[in-house]
Design a protein around this ligand. Structure first.
Ligand code: AMP
Length: 425
């Protein structure tokens, strides 16, 4: 079977790598892909903002399965458009993807279904801001309703700064685009866990959990990024807590979406804060996370394509997902200046040597290929990922491989997993 993946980042590289290992797959196509993905898939150009172009491409390629990586095409309704044409596609419909594309929709849904989440208020106009903010004690979390690539959340230390942030979101001065709705949220404290599940519209199965490092600086300092590293271990969640999250968060979400005639099929990514009053939903994503997917898929022993097909066919409950015990970690190498401005087109060396380190996969987040030379092509460039029996070993392998790689201005955090390592007795 031919499988087509829409997307161009490290997540799509990991998906292409896992799909290629499936017994049933004869060809992997990635659109648009990147310089590293070209090593495991045939890359074809496409604009992920152009629905008609994506549909034309899938109709021309006729894959047995299309997997949608990023949130933008999901929020535009690419799954609906492909399904209408009888094409098999993994991912939620536009209506189901609103769990990610509209924070006000997600919060009201959580409230309707009694799923634990921070207290919130939705403002639909700038006139409502000052009254709404009175119900919150600083620090106050201010969120734009729509997709803003991780930049739509601002934590404010006073009511006045929260008001200014909300005004800036409405007017467009803060995020570059105007917004129809702004949310205030109670500030929650605790450890964050990424709890990703597969869902087939009526049932749900968890993947292994992960914790990411969003800040650019060591010790989790400095500005937020798309993710500088992630790790996954068995110790992160005990079986009782996993069961609790399934029963009180993941299942009620999938059942609730089905009861509202917007069944959710795809990856339900629950961003959770583990607070003293229990796990609370911070956000949903309607797709695989990046870089979580790189670390998670390295631990997956079952056939990814079979699992995704079981979701499409509504057979997830009968499908077993198997995982290698232990841990995995992904360390991201970024361009100098990221998350601000940075150069691209710089030659990357040492990739072949790094790939030879046992149990390591080097996934490309932003790279291109020119006359056989791999060049940097984004802010996040590589995700050096390793799996091992323990987190210490996985990190040691990833850092050993990372040390063999070079490009001008290359930066990576040397403390990925520090919270888990510190917690050990
Ligand atoms: P979101 O896109 O809603 O997940 O928010 C991005 C990040 O902002 C989260 O990963 C948290 O680190 C932080 N955040 C979001 N909501 C809250 C909250 N209610 N309390 C504390 N931190 C939050």
């Amino acid at each position: 079977m031919k499988v087509l993946i829409l997307g161009s980042g490290g997540r799509e590289h990991a998906l292409a790598w896992a799909v290629k290992r499936s017994q049933r797959v004869t060809e992997v196509v990635c659109a648009p892909g990147n310089g590293g993905i070209a090593g495991v898939a045939r890359c074809v150009p496409v604009d992920l903002k152009d629905m008609a172009a994506m549909v034309r491409l899938v109709e021309a390629e006729k894959p047995g399965l299309t997997i949608v990586g990023p949130e933008l095409p999901l929020s535009l309704g690419v799954v609906d458009a492909l399904q209408e044409r009888g094409l098999r596609v993994f991912g939620p419909t536009k209506a189901a993807a609103m769990l990610e594309s509209s924070k006000s929709f997600a919060k009201r849904f959580l409230q309707r279904h009694n799923i634990p989440t921070a207290k919130f208020a939705v403002c639909t106009s700038a006139a409502e801001i000052e009254k709404a903010v009175e119900f919150f004690h600083p620090p106050i979390v201010v969120k734009a309703d729509g997709l803003h690539a991780g930049k739509g959340v601002i934590i404010c230390e006073s009511r006045q700064t929260a008001i200014e942030a909300a005004q800036g979101i409405f007017s467009g001065t803060l995020l570059g685009a105007t917004e129809q709705q702004v949310l205030f949220e109670e500030f929650l404290q605790g450890d964050e866990i990424s709890f990703l599940c597969l869902a087939d519209g009526k049932s749900v199965k968890p993947l292994v959990p992960a914790q990411d490092h969003m800040r650019i600086g060591e010790g989790d300092t400095g500005p937020n990024t798309g993710g500088m590293g992630v790790y996954s271990t068995d110790a992160m969640l005990d079986p009782a807590m996993t069961e609790w999250i399934l029963r009180h968060i993941a299942e009620p979400t999938v059942y609730g979406m089905a009861s509202e005639d917007t069944p959710f099929t795809g990856v339900l990514y629950c961003g959770l804060m583990m607070t003293p009053r229990g796990p609370q939903v911070l956000e949903f994503n309607a797709r695989f996370g990046d870089p979580e997917t790189q670390a998670i898929l390295l631990r997956m022993e079952s056939d990814l394509v079979e699992a995704l097909e079981a979701c499409i066919d509504g057979r997830l409950a009968e499908t077993e997902l198997r995982w290698s015990p232990g841990a995995s970690a992904c360390v991201v190498a970024s361009s100098c200046g990221y998350p601000g401005s940075y150069k691209i087109g710089l030659p990357i060396t040492g990739l072949d040597a790094a790939a030879k380190v046992p149990d390591v996969e080097v996934f490309h987040s932003g790279s291109s290929l020119l006359d056989g030379q791999v060049l940097t092509g984004g802010g996040r460039v590589l995700g050096v990922t390793a799996a091992a029996a323990s987190l210490e070993e996985a990190l040691a392998r990833a850092y050993e491989a990372m040390a063999l790689i070079h490009f001008d201005g290359m930066y990576y955090r040397r403390d990925i997993g520090h919270r888990a390592l510190r917690r050990k007795p």
